[in-house]
Design a protein around this ligand. Structure first.
Ligand code: NI
Length: 181
């Protein structure tokens, strides 16, 4: 295993549409997943997409920590999970602003509109296909990581650019922030 270099906003790899993974069970893919998992945990993130480590292919790793989950059955804590060649479909029109950061945009976060509920189709690293529903935080992480596979970074999704700042400053003035769902 190895800790990989994370591309930061401005690197063109982050703006490319990533290619499908032809064989999710290939040893090189398994090695990349192991390295991406180690890199995500080392960096303190909850998700990491392959383009962020300079591999322009359609897979990402993520998890939902207990403290970020909610009571909704589709927003429970999730172990570290890898989704390969995912397809995300909105499950209804409802969207909410949710605070998010990105390991490719260190030190900053913003409120970004995301669908509350999605349906996910993907392949797992063992080659099995899965379909599941995700909501709220769980859905937001998946939408953020899936966007990386299409060359989309969260500032490109923002609707209110006032809700964008450095973590330290936002933490210093919590009373000035709107309460988001
Ligand atoms: Ni990101």
């Amino acid at each position: 295993m190895a800790i990989l270099k994370i591309a930061r906003m401005g690197h063109p790899v982050l703006l490319q549409r990533a290619a499908s993974v032809p064989d999710p069970t290939a040893p090189a893919v398994q090695r990349l997943i192991a390295d991406m998992t180690e890199t995500m945990l080392d960096a303190g993130g909850v998700g990491l997409a392959a383009p962020q480590v300079h591999e322009s292919i359609r897979l990402f790793v993520y998890f939902v920590p207990g403290g970020r989950a909610s009571d909704d059955p589709d927003d429970k804590p999730q172990p570290i999970t890898t989704l390969i060649n995912p397809v995300i479909t909105a499950d209804g029109p409802a969207q909410s602003l949710r605070w998010e950061g990105c390991l490719s945009i260190p030190g900053l976060r913003a409120a970004v509109p995301r669908y509350d509920r999605i349906i996910v189709d993907a392949t797992l690293p063992d080659g099995q296909s899965v379909t599941f529903r995700a909501s709220f935080f769980h859905a937001g992480v998946i939408q953020h990581e899936n966007d990386h596979l299409d060359g989309i970074l969260y500032p490109m999704r923002m609707t209110d650019h006032r809700l964008f700042g450095f973590n330290e400053e936002l933490a210093r003035y919590p009373a000035d922030l709107p309460v988001l769902s």
